[in-house]
Design a protein around this ligand. Sequence first.
Ligand SMILES: Nc1ncnc2c1ncn2[C@@H]1O[C@H](COP(=O)(O)OP(=O)(O)OP(=O)(O)O)[C@@H](O)[C@H]1O
Length: 260
Amino acid sequence: MAARLSLSDVNLHFGGVTVLQDVSFDVEPGTIFGLVGPNGAGKTSLFNCISGHYRPSSGSITIDGTEAVGRAPSHLARIGLSRTFQHPALQLRATVLENVVLGGHTRLPGGPLSWALGLPFTSRAERGLRAEALELLDRAGLAWAADRPADELSHGLHKGIELWRALLARPTLLLLDEPAAGLSHGEVEQLIATVKQVRDEQDITIVIVEHHMGLISALTDRVVVLDHGRKLMEGTAAEAQSDPRVIEAYIGKDAADDAA
Ligand SMILES: Nc1ncnc2c1ncn2[C@@H]1O[C@H](COP(=O)(O)OP(=O)(O)OP(=O)(O)O)[C@@H](O)[C@H]1O
């Protein structure tokens, strides 16, 4: 079941610096939600709060009603959260297939001891994950790369591998941090098609941090615009793009007045 994500008055301070201030919004199950805003607005910090990598100074973040604040990323992964990072965090010496299979570890039965001992039920589950990962790679046209070390592949393919790895966890809530960064025009088009397909075929909620407004317009049902750690507005991507407050945040007040 696609997850419902709710943020209520989330604040984050580092020393005397306020990074997030009273951020609240709800993401409806099964929707694609965009988080946009100028550089340094706090988007990645907010993602880190949702995924358990940062602990907010105050406020509440719930996933299907379960409080996420104070939970470790591994716990949140087990309740259905999966994410990608701005800079893909791959095992570069491992093969592409091994990298994708890693995403499914939360679905393996048993624990570290039974995995290390290679007990029959874990080996069976691992073989199942490998078959699933191969199928994902095949559908993405990447079967040829399955046995290649990840470091032989391009940045664009690293982003793709990270996405397939996140999906192998079968998440109910998927966070994508700047999935289009560094991709060519053709690769962005491919990414848009892939995310649409994932949304159509899986019961999943997706939240995307992205500067690429073409991708945000093509994919999202709603967006929140952050500026200096605060929620500036919430609406559709088209509403955000024509909102004077958003234009001012991106290009500065003087330029916005000149353009008006
Ligand atoms: N661990 C940290 N310690 C101190 N300050 C931090 C930390 N992480 C983020 N910040 C600060 O928080 C602010 C928001 O950064 P963040 O990376 O979340 O913004 P962003 O909107 O994702 O920016 P970009 O679009 O450039 O990636 C910045 O001023 C940044 O320096």
